[in-house]
Design a protein around this ligand. Structure first.
Ligand code: 9D3
Length: 244
C-alpha cells in the first residue's frame, strides 16, 4: 500500500517512520510512504502556504494553490489514490475505518495547519475528511501518522504471528485480559495461579472471564455489541456473569 503525506512540516514524520514495525514494513516493501513538503509547491517569492481569511477574523488559512499543485504532483506520480483531509470536523477514525482503508492500494493524506484549508480544496479536491477524536491538535500530521500506523499493521505480513491483528481488542470487541511475565512474584504481588498451571482450557476460561470483567469495568458500552457463543455463555454463568 502507498501513502502520500502532504505537509508543511515533513520532519514530523522522520522518527515515526524510522522505528519499529512501520520501519520494517517499509523495508519489506509492504508499505511505501512518500512525504511531500507543500512549501515546495508554493509559487510566490516567499513560498507562502498560508494567508489571511477573506472577511477578516483570527488566524490563517492554508492557500489553495500549493495544495492543489502538490495533489496534482502526487496524481502524476501515482494516479488514483483516495484523498483524505485530516481535520477536526471530519468523520471519526475507528478500527472499522482502518480496516476499510487497509483494503485500498493508495491513500493521500493532507495535513492541515492553522485554522484549516481553503474551502475550495476541501470541497473539490478531497474525497473525505477524517478526525481522530474530539480534542484539538495543532495540525493534521500526528493524526495522519495515526492512520498510517493503524492501517499498516492490518496489512498482510506487517505484524508477526505473535501479535496478530486477529487477537486485537477491537476485532472481538472485548478488552484484552491482563498479561503477566516473569518474575512470578513482583513487589509482593503474585501472578494468578491458573496461568502457571499449564492447563490450557482453564487458562482460556480465566482469560475470557478476565476480558469480560475488564470490559465491564472500563468500557461497559462495548459489551452491548458482543455476541458470545453458547459455550462462552456457560463459562461466564459459572463465574456469576450473565449475558444479555
Ligand atoms: C476554532 C476552530 N478550530 C476547530 C475546532 C480550528 C482548528 C483547530 C485545530 C482547526 C484545525 C486544527 C488542527 N487540527 C487538525 O488539523 C486535526 C485534528 C484535530 O485537531 N483533532 C482530531 N483530529 C484531527 S485530524 C486533524
Amino acid at each position: 500500500m502507498r501513502f502520500d503525506l502532504l505537509t508543511i512540516f515533513p520532519d514530523l514524520f522522520v522518527s515515526p517512520l524510522q522505528e519499529g514495525i512501520i520501519s520494517r514494513a517499509i523495508q519489506d516493501k509492504k508499505i511505501e510512504v512518500v512525504v511531500h513538503n507543500i512549501r515546495d509547491f508554493a509559487v510566490d517569492r516567499h513560498a507562502m502556504t498560508d494567508d489571511r481569511p477573506f472577511g477578516g477574523g483570527e488566524g490563517m488559512v492554508m492557500k489553495p494553490e500549493p495544495l492543489a499543485s502538490a495533489l496534482a504532483h502526487v496524481q502524476e506520480e501515482a494516479p488514483g489514490g483516495r484523498v483524505v483531509l485530516l481535520s477536526p470536523q471530519g468523520r471519526m477514525f475507528t478500527q472499522r475505518l482502518a480496516e476499510e482503508f487497509a483494503a485500498l492500494d493508495h491513500l493521500v493524506l493532507v495535513c492541515g495547519r492553522y485554522e484549516g484549508v481553503d474551502e475550495r480544496i476541501r470541497a473539490h479536491f478531497v474525497d473525505e475528511e477524517i478526525s481522530i477524536g474530539d480534542y484539538i491538535l495543532t495540525g493534521g500530521e500526528l493524526a495522519a501518522m495515526v492512520l498510517v500506523d493503524a492501517i499498516s499493521r492490518l496489512l498482510p505480513g506487517v505484524l508477526g504471528c505473535e501479535n496478530s491483528a486477529l487477537q486485537d481488542t477491537f476485532s472481538r470487541g472485548l478488552l484484552k485480559h491482563p498479561q503477566y511475565t516473569r518474575p512470578r512474584v513482583f513487589a509482593s504481588y503474585e501472578v494468578p495461579e491458573v496461568l502457571l498451571s499449564g492447563d490450557h482450557a482453564a487458562i482460556a476460561e480465566w482469560r475470557l472471564v478476565a476480558s469480560v470483567r475488564q470490559t465491564m469495568k472500563l468500557r461497559p458500552e462495548l459489551l452491548t455489541k458482543i455476541v458470545f457463543s453458547p459455550e462462552e455463555i456457560k463459562i461466564l454463568r459459572r463465574h456469576g456473569i450473565t449475558t444479555g
